[in-house]
Design a binder for this molecule. Structure first.
Ligand SMILES: *[C@@H]1O[C@H](CO)[C@@H](O)[C@H](O)[C@H]1NC(C)=O
Ligand SMILES: *[C@@H]1O[C@H](CO)[C@@H](O)[C@H](O)[C@H]1NC(C)=O
Length: 220
């Protein structure tokens, strides 16, 4: 009887571990270059991979992160991603990066979340006010002012933002624990969905007048 209970406990433990690692699994081979043309491909981890014999240095290469993103837009920031879409060789490797440019005096990377990746940023130029909010357990806000050389972490899935509080352009380089961390910009998803979420739902959820909700929806 003891043995059965012990076995059950082990099975539960194994299940718990398998749930805890249910995203971006570790690669089971050196690499798996993403490939569209399935004629010369092998199948690994749910994706087609280029035959390793045909892989080349370009599959692991991207050029252009020295170039500033165009921040002439309503929020005053631009993300230049370097993930599986830009580097096919990142497939199954569980890592990617991005450059984020901020216009002087208020360039904002608005509240958003990466559903599949933790983010770590290093400040290259300028000064940012950054923050993230914990989940509904207590919705606690963590903030920090970052200067050149500073590093900050945004844990996976948590809503976060970055605001340029300096009067010069700001540049941050971000790394992610996913080949494709994804991004959900809260305002766009909630007020800019296609088709729109019923204003009645949003009026109730945000305790707003329906006209205010319709005004916000018209901004997207
Ligand atoms: C794969 O195909 C899609 C759709 O045709 C295209 O947008 C994308 O650039 C292709 N990716 C690669 C790595 O060739
Ligand atoms: C930046 O974006 C704005 C708005 O889309 C555009 O008018 C402008 O030409 C762009 N600047 C550069 C250097 O591409």
């Amino acid at each position: 009887m003891k043995g059965v209970q012990c076995f059950a406990a082990l099975v539960l433990l194994a299940l718990a571990f398998s749930f805890a690692t249910a995203y971006d699994p570790s690669p089971l081979q050196d690499f798996c270059v993403d490939l569209n043309d399935t004629n010369s491909a092998v199948f690994v981890n749910g994706k087609f991979c280029k035959d390793p014999k045909l892989a080349k240095a370009e599959d692991f290469f991207f050029s252009g992160l020295d170039k500033a993103g165009n921040t002439s837009n309503p929020v005053g920031s631009m993300v230049t991603p370097v993930n599986i879409m830009q580097i096919a060789g990142l497939n199954t490797l569980g890592i990617s990066m991005a450059r984020i440019d901020f216009a002087p005096n208020g360039g904002l990377n608005p509240p958003h979340t990466h559903p599949r990746g933790t983010e770590i940023v290093v400040m290259v130029e300028g000064t940012l006010h950054v923050g993230f909010v914990t989940s509904n357990t207590d919705n606690r806000l963590f903030t920090k002012v970052l200067n050149k050389g500073d590093v900050f972490v945004f844990p996976i899935g948590l809503i976060h933002f970055q605001l340029n509080i300096g009067n010069t352009p700001a540049i941050a380089i971000a790394a992610f624990s996913s080949q494709n961390p994804g991004v959900i910009t809260i305002a766009n998803a909630v007020f800019g969905s296609n088709p729109t979420i019923s204003p009645d739902i949003l009026a109730k959820a945000f305790q707003l007048d329906k006209n205010v909700v319709q005004y916000l929806q018209s901004q997207f």
